[in-house]
Design a binder for this molecule. Structure first.
Ligand SMILES: Nc1nc2c(ncn2[C@@H]2O[C@H](COP(=O)(O)OP(=O)(O)O)[C@@H](O)[C@H]2O)c(=O)[nH]1
Ligand SMILES: Nc1ncnc2c1ncn2[C@@H]1O[C@H](COP(=O)(O)OP(=O)(O)O)[C@@H](O)[C@H]1O
Length: 228
């Protein structure tokens, strides 16, 4: 239905510039390290029907062995990061666990203006900045672990970070968890399949909000009512 209306809107846009198509939404996932954002993100991107793309951040953090340049992050030096920040080419940025992270503005703007949605794996500081800049276009979800013990176990099982880094992330986790109140939705990631279904349900419901489809639905209702 949504796609039909969108496709119709697109067709009409080609013949008439009067129709303003709606922008895509920004779906933000945040969590303490190890709660499951990356896993959920991978599963969401695998589902082609969802038509989601991940915003690839730049970071000054060292690459983990499992990570690929341009897939998980763009790995940059501190001066490169500073340059992007100075040129105002970042939508938001933050220092997390002692490293710098930021969202390149260009790809986000391009995708949203074409009416497609974008997925973000960013922390609460970045979420706050994006929420401020485009409150109507943002949907935020906070992912909680089922327990602190399980969070530690997941970080250890992931085996990507040395013990001192894991200890630091667990310490930070307590402060990050306290930020849950600023998010639209909260999900406890105990069972990954259930958590995935919950994120999908949120996305589907948010896409159906009347305000997000105002222009295209107005057209569609006009067509419906003109039927004999
Ligand atoms: N503000 C902001 N946070 C980011 C960005 N990219 C990643 N992060 C956050 O930085 C934190 C650390 O990410 P990462 O080093 O990949 O560790 P992980 O959470 O353990 O996988 C997480 O909370 C991410 O959500 C970004 O572009 N901006
Ligand atoms: N529901 C879950 N149950 C068990 N293990 C999980 C679950 N969700 C994620 N994991 C595992 O926990 C570890 C951390 O998950 P990850 O997605 O990397 O977290 P984050 O991106 O939030 O740091 C990974 O090894 C992942 O496979």
């Amino acid at each position: 239905m949504r796609q039909t209306v969108r496709a119709q809107a697109k067709d009409e846009k080609q013949t008439s510039n009067a129709l303003v198509e709606h922008r895509g939404l920004m779906l933000i996932l945040s969590s303490p390290s190890g709660a499951g954002k990356t896993t959920l993100t991978r599963l969401l991107l695998q589902d082609a029907a969802l038509d989601l793309k991940l915003s690839i951040s730049v970071t000054t953090r060292a690459r983990r062995t499992s990570e690929m340049e341009g897939v998980h992050y763009y790995f940059v030096s501190k001066p490169e990061f500073e340059k992007m920040r100075a040129e105002k080419s970042l939508l938001e940025w933050a220092q997390v666990h002692g490293n710098f992270y930021g969202t390149p503005k260009g790809p986000v703007e391009a995708r949203l203006s074409q009416g497609h949605d974008m997925l973000f794996d960013i922390d609460w500081q970045g979420t706050q900045q994006v929420q401020k800049s485009a409150p109507k276009d943002v949907v935020t979800i906070f992912i909680l672990p089922p327990s602190m013990k399980e969070l530690q176990a997941r970080l250890e099982r992931r085996a990507e970070d040395p013990p001192d880094i894991i200890a630091g992330r667990l310490e930070n986790a307590r402060h990050e968890i306290e930020r849950w109140t600023m998010y639209d939705y909260v999900i406890v990631n105990q069972d990954i399949q259930q958590a995935l279904n919950e994120v999908k349900s949120i996305l589907i419901a948010e896409r159906l909000r009347r305000a997000r489809q105002q222009d295209s639905i107005e057209r569609f209702v006009g067509t419906l009512l003109s039927e004999k």
